[in-house]
Design a protein around this ligand. Structure first.
Ligand code: NAD
Ligand code: MG
Length: 390
């Protein structure tokens, strides 16, 4: 039996992962499931899968979790340290599906144990790409992409040399506002930004898709994971979300990866890698689809993409600043304290302030320094918002 753990088990990716694992219960021994505020879901899944341990990120929810798992034989724990302790328990395969920079510490811990880390949490690579890759290397651990675009690129690269790659094209649906008049974006509401045209995902990544911050993070993730230069990475708007990515080779060949927009494909590929197994995903009927559409991204509509280029050019801890400022700006938008367009303005202000503060972006990339940078970037995001409001 394979020992598996799922971080962020109660979220959209976590639940899709559980869906696959629960179809073949004899194949998996579930070590740890972690979640946040949805204690009921965490308890139901921990019982059903016979997990050794269930952890909520919130210390004040421990009693509730304990009560929900009474007489189940599942051990319970709560808080940040408990999340990292869960990650230190030996597992063969670990799904990293916490949302945000909170996924970094548990992911690093799992890599230190030599686990195969299936990485949905793109923030891990954006905040601390080099540290994460070096940790994996030092401990003989493997990192497998779960983001649909990166899984698609990974699959197109099977049997290929990265040196033969000319360019990597990741697609973007364009999000909720791709066809809105530009002048309406300033007044876009949280409800409107939370509806994705094709994918059913957590609220945060759905809003990030509307602003293209999600694609901006993914461009950086592509650079970190595949080690190509920023100039080799392109974004292509593709409203149907059927082509997930394309890899262009030196001889002009362009290899595309197509599939229905269902994360269980990318999760299942990482779960069974290097094999391919049957997966319960819809099969595309191209004749019935008839046509697919593509267009260049409009930089005026999606300024987050230019910020990603700026971050890659800067290097150092700029990725951690970018992600943290974006997370805080998104908190403010969800709390109705910032407008939709304020988000990009806040992130830009925070990046500029770091750029002007000598040495901060060039600190050594350790978990402590990344965390400190993350905290400061969130604080400066608040400052930037206060200035805008005033
Ligand atoms: P979600 O909001 O549905 O779930 C997030 C999970 O993380 C939940 O289990 C939640 O309890 C937990 N969590 C939240 N804050 C936490 C904290 N501070 N500490 C510990 N746990 C915390 O999110 P999601 O859509 O499943 O996305 C998860 C990750 O996967 C994100 O990094 C996202 O960018 C990435 N991703 C998601 C999709 C998708 O289809 N949903 C696709 C590609 C990549
Ligand atoms: Mg993606």
């Amino acid at each position: 039996m394979r020992k598996v753990s799922i971080f962020g088990a109660t979220g959209s990716i976590g639940q899709n992962t559980i869906d696959l694992i629960a179809r073949d219960p004899d194949a998996y021994d579930v070590v740890a499931l972690t979640g946040g505020a949805n204690i009921a879901q965490l308890a139901v899944d921990a019982r059903r899968l016979g997990a050794d341990l269930a952890v909520t990120a919130y210390e004040d929810r421990l009693d509730e979790l304990r009560a929900a798992l009474d007489r189940s034989g599942v051990e319970v724990a709560a808080g940040q340290a408990a999340l990292t302790e869960a990650a230190s328990r030996p597992a063969d395969w670990v799904m990293s599906a916490i949302v945000g920079a909170a996924g970094l510490a548990p992911g690093l811990e799992a890599l230190e144990q030599g686990a195969t880390l299936a990485l949905a949490n793109k923030e891990t690579l954006v905040c601390a790409g080099r540290l994460v890759l070096e940790t994996a290397e030092a401990h003989g651990a493997r990192l497998l992409p779960v983001d649909s675009e990166h899984s698609a690129v990974f699959q197109a690269l099977v049997g290929e040399e990265i040196a033969a790659v000319e360019r990597i094209v990741i697609t973007a649906s364009g999000g909720a506002f791709r066809d809105w008049p530009l002048e309406d974006l300033a007044n876009a509401t949280v409800e409107q930004a939370s509806c994705h045209p094709n994918w059913n995902m957590g609220q945060r990544i759905t809003i990030d898709s509307a602003s293209m911050f999600n694609k901006a993070l993914e461009v950086i993730e592509t650079r970190e994971y595949f080690g190509v230069s920023p100039e080799q990475i392109e974004v292509l708007v593709h409203p149907e979300s059927m082509v997930h990515a394309l890899v262009g080779f030196r001889d002009g060949a362009l290899m595309a990866h197509l599939g229905a927009p269902d994360m269980r494909h990318a999760i299942g590929y990482a779960l069974h890698w290097p094999d391919r197994r049957d997966l319960p995903v819809e099969r595309l009927d191209l004749a019935q689809l008839g046509q697919l559409h593509f267009r260049a991204p409009d930089e005026a509509r999606y300024p987050a993409l230019s910020l990603a280029r700026q971050v890659m050019a800067r290097g150092g801890l700029a990725g951690a600043v970018f992600n943290a400022a974006k997370e805080r700006a998104l908190d403010l938008f969800i709390a109705r304290k910032a407008g939709f367009l304020d988000m990009v303005a806040i992130v830009e202000t925070v990046l500029d302030r770091f750029e002007g503060s000598s040495g901060l972006l060039d600190a050594t990339m350790t978990l402590d320094n990344v965390s400190e940078t993350d905290h400061l970037a969130r604080k400066w995001a608040d400052d930037a918002m206060i200035k805008r409001a005033g």
